[in-house]
Design a protein around this ligand. Sequence first.
Ligand code: F6P
Length: 340
Amino acid sequence: MKIGILTGGGDCPGLNPVIRAIVRKAYNDKHETIGFNNGWKGIIEGETITLDLNSISGILPKGGTILGTSRTNPYKKAEDVQKVKENFKKFGIDALIAIGGEDTLGVANKLCKEGLNVVGVPKTIDNDLSATDYTFGFDTSVNIAMECIDRLHTTAESHHRIMVVEVMGRHAGWIATYAGIAGGADVVLIPEVPIDLDEVCGILKKRHSRGRTFSIVVVAEGAKMKASDMTKDQSLDEFGHVKLGGIGDYLGKEIEKKTGYETRVTVLGHIQRGGSPTAFDRVLGTRFGIKAVELVENKKFGQMVSLSGTKIVAVPLEKGVEKLKTVDMELYDIAKVFFG
Ligand code: F6P
């Protein structure tokens, strides 16, 4: 069989371990592999990259993706879907493994319905894909954010300041909640729960009234004020997502104004997506990659690999993309125990 591979959407640590596992398993089982550059753009434009044992040598610890990525949506233009179909034939692809988040897998699902043999591998640092317990990349991001929070703690304590830390999380506050719990945040704010500024300031004042002279506030980039819609940039990407940012700065200013405590803001941004994957993400990515090849071999198209408890299973792509997985409120309640 000839198996095509592409990585779409925002990059994330763990993509290279998935690619490596697919290529290695395919090689062992006597299949051929070919990479498409830069997500769906590569298959639309017919830009390919050789994927053999040489090309995967040494990529396991590398962040990002050797295939490159983009947020290209073939369903933006009818002719692009046609080009995808033509290039499937032209390159003699028997099956495509699409590695991506809700957008990439949404396209994979549609193409499958149009008769193409596609299998999905779920990826996002946001961990907001349904039908899998975790996506790879999330664990690395949480560890990066946690380490940053640890570092901010020592400077916050020395200067007796409030530190607002903005982390990624477009629609779901998984990174904020996990990094907040792991880093000992005094307040965690997530998109699932609109921010009540008076309540936040009340929590900080209470903490300071019992002798604390510094606090850490973790806020997800997609968190919204109860009263207003905070977005820095209203331009949309090809999948219709607003570019986020600005909530940390806004919150920092408002907290300082309302409490009188000196406040500083740190936006972690793409630092959370860069660098080497953790052991957890390397192992999860490797297991996902191998399972994806097994799905292809068993002609289980229209499925995506998924982590269910400790097992890697297959679920319909549809299940993965039908709705976003938001933060479990029982987990958020655990973070709340340490507020103030
Ligand atoms: O979807 C993952 C993610 O990292 C989000 O957390 C974030 O909002 C977005 O991607 C940033 O996208 P870009 O890399 O296009 O700025």
